[in-house]
Design a binder for this molecule. Structure first.
Ligand SMILES: NC(=O)c1ccc[n+]([C@@H]2O[C@H](COP(=O)([O-])OP(=O)(O)OC[C@H]3O[C@@H](n4cnc5c(N)ncnc54)[C@H](O)[C@@H]3O)[C@@H](O)[C@H]2O)c1
Length: 400
């Protein structure tokens, strides 16, 4: 078990543990009684498990471990299941969820549980932030992206027709519980979505985490060559970068213990940043590495390109553009692209610079005539740079 304590406006633990879904009820009760005392816990009876259809079928069924564990701990459990996807991360879903809570007479001492990926977490957290002016919620992430990024830090929200995440609140969870077993049902694309945020954390604050992931040895065949790799290169970092290809599947995905260490490392990097600047007035903006352009790519694709894939493309674009501008150490922009390609990300952005810049202009992150870019200056270190918004198109063009 790995436990990470987050000391934000609300303190909470992130618990990474195999089998934690079966202990969720007891852990949530224990946490509530620590926060509210025995009298307070007696008033908390209702729990609403919010999930999407896919995750609901996989892990949120009436007879399944999580719901049973909540019932065994004495909670009266209801479920709110919505279709999922960016198209449903909107105010209508929030209204439907709030309606479910009022119909089931949820009070301020009751609780929401987000069971799912980043979309479920963002929707649940936002509803928790505004229902009766705020009730408690617990995050149970089921995607790698949600585990390493969206479930920690308290950003919640939904999309508006004008753009992504334009309505929301900072609202910290009471507890985050991650069971690595949920990763067994994730497709490789979903694992890569999460890995993009892990790599981002490494580019921001700790390159050794990334190199550790790269150095996990590939399985070898009888000749000693890495399997799934026609070139038969060795597993050294140098060769990985030179080769720019991992073969069909990055080896780290098949090494659960290394994955857990990497996940914990990424969460800890986010913890440090969130504790320093919870409401994103300064250093928390570093977590947006690759996101200004990434969000624009997502929107241009009408969300057919996933968040993680778009962040990887956005990071590559800003790394190359930064290198061309002299903001990124010579050669490091190329290394970043090689690392991303090694993990299998498609770095070819199908949209022209003017289209991406146009979407970014309308993004909430533009303040006045300036836009803040996150620049990966050198390994394990990124910095914030304000540039005139009108120069964004030309900067993006340099990275395409
Ligand atoms: N709040 C934050 O700080 C923050 C940070 C990063 C991203 N986000 C948001 O997170 C969202 C992306 O999150 P996501 O990538 O987790 O997407 P998601 O929530 O849509 O999940 C992706 C897909 O995986 C399925 N799924 C989830 N868990 C599964 C499992 N264990 N096995 C099989 N399928 C599973 C879901 O049903 C869904 O179809 C975006 O909306 C993004 O804006 C928020």
């Amino acid at each position: 078990m790995i436990s990470i304590h987050v000391n934000a406006s609300k303190e909470y633990d992130v618990i990474l543990k195999a089998g934690v879904l079966s202990e969720a009820g007891a852990l949530i009760r224990e946490d509530l009684s620590r926060r509210r005392g025995t009298a307070g816990i007696l008033r908390s009876r209702r729990v609403c498990v919010v999930t999407d259809e896919t995750v609901g079928d996989l892990y949120g069924g009436q007879q399944q471990t999580l719901i049973s564990s909540l019932r065994e701990a004495g909670f009266d459990v209801s479920r709110f299941v919505f279709p999922g996807g960016e198209g449903h991360k909107n105010m209508q879903t929030i209204e439907d969820l709030l309606d479910h809570l009022t119909r089931n007479r949820f009070s301020r001492s009751d609780l929401l549980v987000a069971l799912g990926g980043g979309i479920v977490g963002d929707v649940t957290g936002f509803a928790a932030a505004i229902y009766l002016r705020g009730i408690d919620f617990v995050q149970i992430p089921t995607t790698l992206l949600a585990a390493v990024d969206s479930s920690v830090g308290g950003k919640t929200g939904v999309n508006l027709p004008a753009g992504k995440n334009l309505a929301g609140a900072f609202w910290q969870p009471n507890l985050v519980l991650f069971d690595p077993a949920v990763m067994t049902t994730l497709s490789q694309d979903l694992l890569l979505d999460g890995m993009a945020e892990i790599l981002k954390a490494g580019f921001i604050a700790d390159s050794t985490a990334i190199y550790a992931a790269l150095m996990v040895p590939q399985d070898t065949d009888e000749t000693g060559d890495p399997t799934g790799n026609e070139n038969g290169t060795s597993s050294s970092l140098y060769n990985f970068l030179r080769m720019g290809q991992a073969g069909p599947r990055p080896p780290i995905f098949d090494h659960p213990e290394e994955m857990m260490r990497l996940i914990a490392k990424a969460i800890d990097i986010k913890r440090v940043i969130v504790e320093e600047d919870e409401r994103e007035s300064g250093s928390r903006k570093l977590l947006n590495l690759g996101h200004t352009v990434g969000h624009a790519i997502e929107k241009c694709s009408d969300y057919s390109i996933s968040h993680g894939a778009a962040v990887a493309m956005g990071t590559a674009i800003i790394a190359k553009a930064g290198q061309a501008q002299g903001w990124v150490k010579e050669g490091y922009g190329d290394d970043i692209c090689a690392i991303l390609q090694y993990f299998g990300y498609d770095l070819h952005c199908p949209y022209p610079a003017f289209a991406l810049a146009d979407v970014a202009y309308n993004d909430k992150k533009i303040q006045g005539n300036q836009i803040t870019l996150v620049i990966p200056e050198y390994p394990g270190h990124s910095t914030l740079k304000d540039v005139p918004a009108l120069e964004l198109e030309q900067i993006i063009q340099q990275g395409l």
